[in-house]
Design a protein around this ligand. Structure first.
Ligand code: COA
Length: 249
């Protein structure tokens, strides 16, 4: 049974301070990221001559590269801000949400920062090496040639992937879960050559051996250990090719 907990004044004060901190940090990160692209656009407006339609077309064409520049600055500065402010997911923690403890709020700041990047830069870069670089800068430990075609990886500091890992589109993989009012965290470790199929859910404290595959739309429950080279499918995920027993398939 979940214990009912009342919010103390200390918890409310800590939560309010954290909301303020998130607002200030994200405003600074987004604002500074927008400086170079807006300067470029202003320069273009100032320096171009000709009729209004021609100038409007020129500025219009420059808007997309300016946005790409903004997104690149945002990924870099956001990752720097999480490092500087100590925002990260605590390892192997079990934290009641109602307590609003500092480690929980540290996690909330980390989530907020990665959410802003996910919304404003993720759609441009997911599945590309740039997205992999961002996840690394934000705390993930990845090997070489890691491709992440999903925006739903969180708790980057708890993710350790080997070389040649592929994460399919819409995969939900994170180092936290919320159960009965408690935030629980755990690492996710994927060995070399692991593939996670489209739309799968990978829960906390999952370890996959080298070459393991998870089929599309599977659920890998928390604390699972996936054997090297084995393919897993279904909900909950089970081996797709179980070893033959006494003449059966
Ligand atoms: C899981 C997968 C890799 C299996 O491929 P495979 O090794 O060639 O295996 P098969 O197609 O022979 O399927 C083996 C068994 O698993 C079942 N199966 C395959 N994929 C499944 C899935 N996603 N969910 C449930 N069952 C699945 C098959 O029906 C078959 O069952 P059976 O033995 O009872 O007939 C593949 O089906 C898959 O899901 N690929 C997704 C890859 C992906 O999303 N990559 C991300 C980057 S795009």
């Amino acid at each position: 049974m979940p214990r009912s907990r009342r919010w103390t004044s200390g918890a409310i004060a800590r939560a309010a301070l954290t909301v303020l901190a998130i607002f200030v940090v994200e405003a600074v990160v987004c604002g500074v990221s927008a400086v170079a692209p807006s300067a470029l656009l202003l320069l273009l407006i100032e320096r171009t001559t000709g009729s209004l339609p021609v100038r409007a077309v020129l500025v219009g064409v420059a808007v997309i590269p300016a946005y790409v520049l903004f997104a690149l600055c945002l990924m870099t500065l956001s990752a720097a801000s999480t490092r500087l402010t100590g925002a990260r997911t605590p390892t192997d923690a079990e934290l009641p949400i109602a307590d609003m403890s500092w480690p929980l709020l540290q996690w909330a700041r980390y989530m907020a920062a990665s959410h802003v990047v996910r919304v404003l830069a993720g759609p441009l870069f997911r599945g590309t090496p740039v997205w992999t670089v961002y996840l690394r800068m934000n705390g993930a430990r990845f090997g070489r040639r890691v491709f992440v075609n999903s925006l739903f990886l969180s708790d980057h500091n708890l993710l350790t992937f080997g070389n040649d890992v592929v994460i399919g589109s819409e995969v939900h993989l994170s180092g936290h879960t919320v159960e009965r009012g408690c935030l629980k965290t755990g690492r996710v470790v994927l060995g070399d050559g692991v593939t996670i199929g489209l739309g799968s859910v990978i829960d906390i404290d999952v370890v996959a051996g080298p070459g393991a595959q998870v089929g599309a739309l599977a659920l890998v429950p928390k604390h699972s250990r996936l054997e090297a080279g084995q393919t897993y499918v279904g909900i909950p995920a089970r081996p797709a090719h179980p070893p033959a027993i006494l003449g059966t398939k």
